[in-house]
Design a protein. Structure first.
Length: 83
């Protein structure tokens, strides 16, 4: 799961990652309930915090497989779910 500081960045990622028959969608954080992900991962929530896109002199930087180069941090948080 990726978390974006900017809604605009989230929409860029969704548009770039979408393929025929495999659509990605950006949703606001208040619409997301992480309990299922936390329960499936032993009480931990794993996510990437997206901080921005790589650009040099106005051009997008591409990484592996011609994907946009993103600056991210991998985060693992521990939670105790109430029954």
């Amino acid at each position: 799961m990726s978390v974006y500081l900017s809604p605009f960045d989230a929409y860029i990622a969704a548009a770039f990652l979408s393929k025929p028959g495999e659509q990605y969608h950006a949703i606001p954080a208040y619409e997301f309930d992480p309990r299922e992900l936390i329960g499936d991962n032993g009480g931990r929530l794993h996510y990437f915090l997206h901080c921005g896109w790589g650009r040099v002199t106005g051009n997008w930087l591409l990484g592996e497989r011609e994907a946009l180069l993103a600056y991210t941090a991998w985060i693992q948080s521990g939670y105790h779910l109430k029954p």
